[in-house]
Design a protein around this ligand. Sequence first.
Ligand SMILES: Cc1cc2nc3c(=O)[nH]c(=O)nc-3n(C[C@H](O)[C@H](O)[C@H](O)COP(=O)(O)OP(=O)(O)OC[C@H]3O[C@@H](n4cnc5c(N)ncnc54)[C@H](O)[C@@H]3O)c2cc1C
Length: 128
Amino acid sequence: MADADVIIIGSGIGGLSCAAILARYGFDVLVCESHSIAGGAAHGFERNGFRFDSGPSLFSGLSAPSPNPLRQVLDAIEVTLPCAQYDTWGCFLPEGHFDTAVGAEQFCEVLQNCVGIKPCANGEIYSA
Ligand SMILES: Cc1cc2nc3c(=O)[nH]c(=O)nc-3n(C[C@H](O)[C@H](O)[C@H](O)COP(=O)(O)OP(=O)(O)OC[C@H]3O[C@@H](n4cnc5c(N)ncnc54)[C@H](O)[C@@H]3O)c2cc1C
C-alpha cells in the first residue's frame, strides 16, 4: 500500500475507470472500497439463484465505438466486453407500460401514445 503511486477511494465505475487508465499508463494504483462488493452503484449480486443489478441494467453505446466515456476507457485499456443489444425494453411507469428503444424517434411515438405529447417535425416536443 505504501508503494502505490495513486490511491483511489471507491470502486464505482468512476474509480475503476481512473484506476484502469492510470494502470494502463504505468502507475501503481490501489483502489479502496468500503463495501464488500466492487462496482459501486453498478455492482451486481445473486440471491436464491437469481442475479440482480443494484443500479444500471443497460448501458447505451458500449457495443461499438461511441462517445460513451466508459466505452472510451475500455478502448484505451484494450478490453472487450461481451455486449447484447436490446431492440427494445419494457418500462412500467405510472403513466403506463410501454416498450422503448435507444434514440429519439421511437421514444417520440411512446410520448405521443402514452402521455399525449406530440413531437414536432424538428424533433422538439410540445404538449397536445
Ligand atoms: C437504479 C440505478 C439505475 C441506473 N441506470 C443507469 C443506466 O441505465 N445507464 C447508465 O449509464 N447509468 C445508470 N445509472 C448510473 C450509474 O450506475 C452511476 O452513474 C455510476 O455507477 C456511478 O459511478 P461512480 O463511480 O461515480 O459512483 P458510485 O457507483 O457511487 O461509486 C462510489 C464507490 O465509492 C465507495 N465509497 C464511497 N466512500 C468511500 C470511502 N470513504 N471509502 C471507501 N469506499 C467508499 C462506495 O461504496 C462506492 O462503491 C444508474 C444508477 C442507479 C442507482
